[in-house]
Design a protein around this ligand. Structure first.
Ligand code: NAD
Ligand code: FES
Length: 300
């Protein structure tokens, strides 16, 4: 199975999705000033094939690291994909410096397995923080399949809420929580989720995208109700095609690679403790890189 996946992804590369030309930024929008931005990229080959759940890996310049980002939306007609990033380290700080019309050296994708979507009834899509943007594409897929999509989105305060308008354009229900109560319910996404599950026996599936503690808490919340729960993991990645092992996770006692076996897995089976440890493994180096590394291409 793994081997088949690898071949499929390599085949994708050979079809020209990794363009020899830089990928142009068609539109840039600051969603949360200085913290989160949205880029619409001219990537017709990726837009034609990308499905909900897929991601891309981009490299800003020759010396740059490879950054995995979930595709938040696609427009196959205009040949564009949308990505949303949180300015977290050196590479996303570099990305934040680019402007409309600038090019990103390479954008590879679509990568990963697409979300398993079928018509099943009510599906709750939970998004936390930046994860709301990635969840948007999955929610859209469920809507297109004819499911009743309930979106539950949460952020620390109202200024950090993303994609509420976009989700409201197709979700019959968008339920909001903020940690400080500045919008929607005061509390966490899991507070809304628990109440909904207690009062709605029709929920067929829950999908969660966001910070690891949130996805773990979502899985814990759904467990007593026996509702199938899918989480989209944001492991550290290098090649994105199943070769390096950087994105290793344990799911149901088995080793899986997030890039080719995921990024979505059964939330009840993921070893979240190990995932948290692996995500923190390079924190010191990331900090040093952010503070000290000077990119020769961009001189920052
Ligand atoms: P955050 O920590 O501010 O949390 C956002 C919301 O998630 C909170 O308001 C709350 O409602 C919920 N939440 C957080 N922790 C929770 C817990 N323990 N229990 C229940 N609910 C909880 O989020 P942020 O800082 O904006 O998030 C950024 C993080 O999301 C980064 O770590 C990034 O790597 C991750 N992310 C993940 C994906 C993915 O594919 N899984 C995609 C984008 C971003
Ligand atoms: Fe290398 Fe997944 S990123 S195996």
């Amino acid at each position: 199975m793994l081997r088949e996946n690898r071949v499929a992804v390599l085949h994708t590369f050979s079809q020209g999705e990794r363009s020899a030309m830089p990928t142009r930024i068609v539109k840039k929008e600051s969603l949360i000033p200085g913290q989160t931005s949205k880029l619409v990229l001219d990537a017709p080959h990726i837009a034609a094939k990308a499905k909900p759940g897929n991601f891309v890996i981009l490299r800003i310049c020759e010396k740059g690291e490879r950054v995995p980002l979930t595709i938040a939306d696609t427009d196959p007609h205009n040949g564009t994909i949308t990505i949303v990033y949180l300015v977290l380290g050196k590479s996303t700080a570099l990305l934040e410096q680019l402007r409309e019309g600038d090019g990103i050296l390479d954008v590879c994708g679509p990568l990963g397995r697409e979300t398993h979507i079928e018509k099943k009834g009510t599906v709750i899509c939970v998004g936390g923080g930046t994860g709301i943007a990635a969840m948007h594409h999955i929610a859209k897929g469920h809507h297109r399949a004819g499911n009743h999509v309930v979106a539950i989105i949460g952020a620390r305060n109202k200024d950090l809420l993303l994609f509420e308008k976009e989700l409201s354009s197709f979700c019959p229900e968008v339920l909001v929580s903020t940690d400080d109560g500045s919008a929607g319910v005061k509390g966490l996404v899991t507070d809304i989720l628990k109440e909904r599950l207690e009062n709605d026996a029709a929920v067929k599936e829950v999908v969660a995208v966001g910070p690891v503690p949130m996805m773990e808490a979502v899985a814990r919340t759904t467990k007593p109700f026996g509702v199938p729960t899918v989480v989209s993991l944001n492991s550290i990645m290098v090649d994105g095609i199943g070769m390096c092992g950087a994105c290793r996770v344990t799911v149901g006692g088995e080793t899986k690679f997030t890039c080719v076996d995921g990024p979505e897995f059964d939330g009840q089976l993921v070893d979240f403790k190990e995932l948290r440890q692996r995500l923190a493994a390079f924190r010191n180096q990331e900090h040093i890189s952010n503070e000290e590394h000077k990119c020769r291409c961009h001189n920052v």
